[in-house]
Design a protein around this ligand. Sequence first.
Ligand code: AMP
Length: 294
Amino acid sequence: MTDSASSQHGDVVVLTAAHDLRAQVRSWQTAGNTVALVPTMGALHAGHLALIAEAQRRCTTVVVSIFVNPLQFDRDSDFAAYPRPIDDDIAACAAAGVAAVYAPTASSMYPPGFDTTVMPGTLAERWEGEFRPGHFAGMATVVTKLLAAARADTAVFGAKDAQQAAIIQRLNTDLDLGTEIVVAPTVREPDGLAMSSRNEHLNAAERHAAVVIHAALTRLVHQVNHNTPHAAALDEARAMIDAEPLARIDYVAIVDAATFTAIEADQPLGERALAIAAVWIGGTRLIDNLPFAR
Ligand code: AMP
């Protein structure tokens, strides 16, 4: 496809250029429709489909972007191994009633001479920002480009990437992008594992082991909500994960979901308290979170 190609796949129009996306969204809006954007990196699963359903509840017309953003990968091997089943993804979008897929190439997103980075501030310093240097600047840059290109009424993101969602809400406000940002709940496998495109990398033993992340967060929330001191509950959650031989912790913490500052042992939880974790299962790094409010 050229940089300006658009093509029809069933009822879905597939766009590859930012100006075509902009023109398409504008023409829908001019005709009286409201448009929601659902940004993804593809390898669509039920979590993505739930975002699409939420977008359809809020707007008449939904656009899904599919772009494996090289700027937000801190490891080349992760970028190379990231699944890219584009034909299946377009078919899934068609089946879900999505109106358009925006699937730009890396060279059209970042043409020669591209020289601008959106740098998030304190929200991006810790947790994912600390363990994945450059990740949030890459994510913020591409999300800003997507929001600016589409100028959709609404954009829907997942609570599974809670720190990312907080940064996106902040940049949307700070940069006056004017799109309503909606954060939809995490969709899980029946055993509690948060759905993720990276779950595809897990072998059978790792898939079994990965359940420990949600189990430990559930236990942590339960303990603290039943008055176990934070520090003791965090120790227990970490010990639960450490007891799984295939698991290795990057962090387990209790934070304020709006600021991503740690809630220390002597501080009250507050309504926005969130238990967060990043854990390696074998060679796959997974993140998850659980709110304390019931
Ligand atoms: P990704 O394709 O992994 O970059 O994710 C695209 C969007 O889907 C992001 O807003 C994610 O937070 C969201 N998402 C990913 N996994 C889930 C899930 N299990 N439940 C809900 N949303 C999700």
